[in-house]
Design a protein around this ligand. Structure first.
Ligand code: D41
Length: 679
C-alpha cells in the first residue's frame, strides 16, 4: 500500500488541489488572478487525470468537484437549524424612522448603530461547514425547510469548498447565509446564447439563478455563471460574533465574497443619506439590487430586540421602487429607424416604473413578438433598467380574455408606403424600408447627425427636426448648415430668439473632430467607439474614404461587420456626394490625433500594462491616458500576460508579484524617458 509512487502522486494531488483552490479564489473572489486561464486549465486537467486513476485522492472539496456530479432523481429536504427569517419592508423614509423609533423604545437607548447592506436580488441559501469543509447547501425554501442543493452549489466558483484558515481556525460548525446571483453582463451573455440555440430566455437574473439551482443535473448548473455574496450566519459552534460588521469581516477572512458596498457604523441620518447614494449607484452596479437591508449592528442588542414570527425586529429592508410593472398594451405601432429598420413599439397604458412614467416599450422585431406571443390588449410585464428603452418581458397569460388582437408586420412602410424587405441580420430577420429618401429615415438620420455625441447642435431637438423636414427645409445633412434665421423665424413655435440661437449653434458646430464626424454619418455597426478607433488610425477623412476593408479590419477593436459597412458606405456615390456637400457648406474636420500608436519605436502598442505606486511627474489618470493613446491596454492586476509593470513610489504587492512572475518592470524615470519621444 505504501508504494512510493502512489505516495508521490498523493502529494501531487494535494498540492494541485491546494494551488487550484487558491487560484480560483483569487480569480472569482478577489478578482486578482496571478496565473493565466491556460495555466489554470492545465493544472486542473492534470488533477482530473490523477483523481480518475486514484479515486481515493478525490476529496469532497477538490476543485474538480466544481464541474458537477451525477444527476439526482429529486431534491431532498432539510430543516434549517435556525429558521431563515424574512424581512419586513420599508418603502419610504418614514417607515425607516418608525422602525428606528420602535428599536429606541424597545432598547431604551437613543443611539443605535446600524450596518447597511445592498439588498441583492437573488436566491437565498444556507451553506453548512463542518470543521471547515462544505458539507451541505440548502435553499431558504419557506424559511423552515429548504431543498438540499449541495452538488449544485459546489459548482459555484466563488463558494469556498473549504474555509480559509489564514487568520483563524475553522470552527466545528459554521452555517453561512447568502444570496446567489447572476451578474448583469453574465445574464445577458447567457440569454444571448439561449436565444441563438432557440431556447427560451430568462426574464431576469434572479429567475436565471433560481432556474440554474433547480437543476437535478449539476453539470448544467456548472455551466451557468452563478455568483454569491454572503450576509450572515445560522447556527455556529466554536466561534461567536459580537456584531454584524465583525461577522462580515470574519466571513471575508474565511474566504467568502462579501459585498463591497456594505457600510457599517451608521446612525439613522447616515442610513437615509446612504439610501440616496445607493439609489444613484444602482444602475451602475454589476448586479441587480432591489433595496438595502438595515441591521442593528450589535448582536446583544439584536437579541434584546428579538423577533416576530416571520421577521426580526432588528432588521428591515428598505426597498427601491420596482423596475418592473404590469400594464396593458393599447396598440402596437411601427417606427422607422435611421437605417430603415422597422421596430414594432408597444403603446402602453402609462405606468410609473421606478419613478418615471412609461408609455412606450420596444418590442424589438417581428420574431420577438411571435416568440412571446404578444398581442394588442394583452396585460404585460414591462421592465425599465437604467436609461435604456423600456421593454416588454412577457405577457400575463392568466389575464388573457380572448379578444386580444395579434400583430401583423405591415408590408409597406407606414411613412413612405414603399415595399418592405426582409433582410437577415445576425441570426434573425429584420424588416426594412429600403427607400433611401424615406422621410422617416431622413428625420432619424438628421436627429443622429445633430445629437450630443455627433455635431451637438443645441436647439435642434426631435420636434424641430420633424418640423423642418416636414416643411421641406431639411432634405439632407448639408441643408442644416444653410438654415437662415429669417426663414426659421417664420415657422410655428419658433421665436426670433430661438431662430438666432439655432443659427448660432449651427455655426459653432461647423468645426468638428474626425471621430465625431464619422459617428455623425450613422454608418451601420459604427458607434462612438468604432468611430474613435478608426479616426485614431487615419489623419484625414479622405484617407478613411480611400482605405480598404482589410486595413480597417486590422485595427484592434474593429470587427469585419464594421469594416465592411464603412467601406460600403464610402464607396456609395450618393454618400460621397452627401459628404462633399457637407464640406462645401463650410464644415471643417479636424484631427489633432496624429498616428503614433503604430510608430516603430513605440514600445507600448498592444501591450498589457499595470500601473502601481505613486508617480511624481503626472497623476495616474494622465499616465493611463498617455499609454492608451499609444495603443496600450491598462489592466488592474498582474498576471503572466502582463507586459510591463510601471512602478512609482511606494509600490507594494504588485511589484513583488511582477518580480516573481518575471514581468518587465519600468520605474518612473525609464517610463518617462520612453514616453517623452511621443509627447
Ligand atoms: O442581500 C440580501 N438579499 C439580504 C437578505 C441581506 N443582505 N441580508 C439579509 N438579512 C436577513 C436577516 C436579517 C433576516 C438575517 C437578507 C435576508 N435576511 C433574507 N434573504 C431572504 C430572506 C431574508
Amino acid at each position: 500500500m505504501n508504494d512510493p509512487n502512489t505516495d508521490r502522486i498523493k502529494k501531487e494531488a494535494i498540492r494541485l488541489q491546494k494551488e487550484l483552490t487558491g487560484h480560483s479564489y483569487r480569480y472569482h473572489v478577489l478578482d486578482d488572478p496571478v496565473i493565466s486561464d491556460v495555466e489554470y486549465d492545465m493544472m486542473l486537467k492534470r488533477l482530473i487525470e490523477i483523481e480518475e486513476e486514484f479515486p481515493q485522492f478525490s476529496t469532497s472539496d477538490s476543485p474538480t468537484k466544481r464541474v458537477g456530479a451525477p444527476p439526482l432523481s429529486g431534491f431532498k429536504q432539510a430543516v434549517h437549524s435556525i429558521p431563515m427569517l424574512s424581512l419586513d419592508n420599508a418603502f419610504n423614509d418614514q417607515d425607516v424612522l418608525d422602525f428606528h423609533k420602535r428599536a429606541i423604545k424597545n432598547l431604551n437607548q437613543e443611539d443605535i448603530i446600524y450596518t447597511v447592506e445592498p439588498k441583492l436580488d437573488g436566491v437565498a441559501v444556507e451553506l453548512k461547514y463542518e470543521n471547515g469543509t462544505l458539507v451541505q447547501a440548502t435553499t431558504r425554501g419557506d424559511g423552515v425547510t429548504g431543498e438540499v442543493i449541495t452538488q449544485n452549489v459546489r459548482t459555484i466558483r466563488s463558494v469556498p469548498l473549504k474555509l480559509h484558515e489564514g487568520k483563524m481556525r475553522a470552527p466545528s460548525l459554521l452555517e453561512v447565509r447568502g444570496e446567489i446571483i447572476i451578474k448583469r453582463a453574465d445574464f445577458d451573455q447567457l440569454n444571448n446564447g439561449r436565444l441563438e440555440q432557440g431556447k427560451n430566455v430568462f426574464a431576469n437574473p434572479r429567475n436565471a439563478a433560481a432556474g440554474s439551482l433547480r437543476q437535478l443535473d449539476s453539470k448544467i448548473t456548472a455551466s451557468r455563471p452563478l455568483d454569491i455574496f454572503v450576509y450572515g450566519t445560522g447556527l455556529v459552534q466554536g466561534i461567536s460574533f459580537q456584531s454584524q460588521s465583525l461577522t462580515l469581516d470574519t466571513l471575508k477572512d474565511f474566504g467568502f465574497p462579501v459585498n463591497s458596498h456594505i457600510k457599517s457604523g451608521l446612525t439613522i441620518d447616515g442610513i437615509l443619506k446612504f439610501y440616496k447614494e445607493l439609489e444613484t449607484l444602482r444602475d451602475s452596479l454589476a448586479y441587480e439590487i432591489d433595496g438595502m437591508v438595515i441591521k442593528v449592528d450589535d448582536i446583544s442588542l439584536q437579541q434584546q430586540l428579538g423577533e416576530k414570527i416571520k421577521s426580526p425586529r432588528w432588521a428591515i429592508a428598505y426597498k427601491f421602487p420596482a423596475m418592473q410593472k404590469t400594464t396593458t398594451i393599447k396598440d402596437i405601432v411601427v417606427q422607422v429607424g435611421r437605417t430603415g429598420a422597422l421596430t414594432p413599439v408597444a403603446i402602453l397604458e402609462p405606468v410609473n416604473i421606478g419613478g418615471a412614467m412609461v408609455s412606450k416599450a420596444t418590442l424589438h422585431n417581428e420574431d420577438e413578438i411571435k416568440r412571446k406571443d404578444i398581442r394588442m390588449g394583452d396585460k404585460v410585464l414591462v421592465v425599465r433598467a437604467g436609461d435604456v428603452i423600456p421593454k416588454v418581458v412577457k405577457i400575463i397569460e392568466s389575464e388573457r380574455k380572448g379578444n386580444e388582437v395579434p400583430f401583423k408586420m405591415p408590408v409597406h412602410c407606414p411613412v413612405c408606403q414603399s415595399k418592405i424587405e426582409k433582410t437577415k441580420l445576425d441570426k434573425s430577420y429584420i424588416n426594412k424600408c429600403v427607400n433611401a429618401s424615406c422621410q422617416a429615415q431622413l428625420k432619424e438620420r438628421i436627429r443622429h447627425f445633430v445629437s450630443k455625441k455627433a455635431f451637438d447642435i443645441d436647439g435642434l431637438g426631435k420636434k424641430s427636426v420633424v418640423q423642418l423636414v416636414d416643411e421641406g427645409m431639411l432634405k439632407s445633412f448639408a441643408d442644416i448648415f444653410s438654415l437662415e434665421k429669417e426663414k426659421l423665424a417664420c415657422l410655428d413655435r419658433m421665436a426670433q430668439k430661438s431662430a438666432t440661437n439655432l443659427v448660432q449653434s449651427v455655426e459653432e458646430s461647423k468645426k468638428i473632430s474626425l471621430r465625431r464626424f464619422i459617428y455623425a454619418l450613422g454608418i451601420d455597426h459604427t458607434g462612438e467607439r468604432a468611430a474613435k478607433l478608426i479616426s485614431e488610425q487615419f489623419s484625414t477623412l479622405n484617407d478613411i474614404m480611400e482605405t480598404s476593408e482589410e486595413v480597417l479590419e486590422e485595427i484592434k477593436g474593429i470587427g469585419p461587420e464594421t469594416a465592411s459597412a464603412v467601406c460600403q458606405f464610402f464607396s456609395n456615390v450618393e454618400n460621397k456626394a452627401i459628404i462633399e456637400n457637407i464640406i462645401l457648406s463650410g464644415v471643417i474636420i479636424t484631427n489633432d490625433q496624429p498616428v503614433i500608436a503604430e510608430s516603430q519605436d513605440n514600445p507600448f502598442n498592444n501591450k498589457r500594462i499595470v500601473l502601481t505606486g505613486t508617480l511624481q511627474s503626472m497623476p495616474r489618470t494622465e499616465a493611463k491616458k498617455q499609454l492608451e493613446r499609444l495603443g496600450a491596454s491598462i489592466t488592474p492586476s498582474i498576471s503572466s500576460k502582463t507586459d510591463f509593470l510601471i512602478a512609482g513610489e511606494k509600490a507594494g504587492s504588485k511589484l513583488a508579484k511582477a518580480q516573481k512572475l518575471g514581468v518587465t518592470i519600468l520605474d518612473e524615470t525609464r517610463f518617462a524617458a520612453l514616453l517623452e519621444k511621443f509627447v
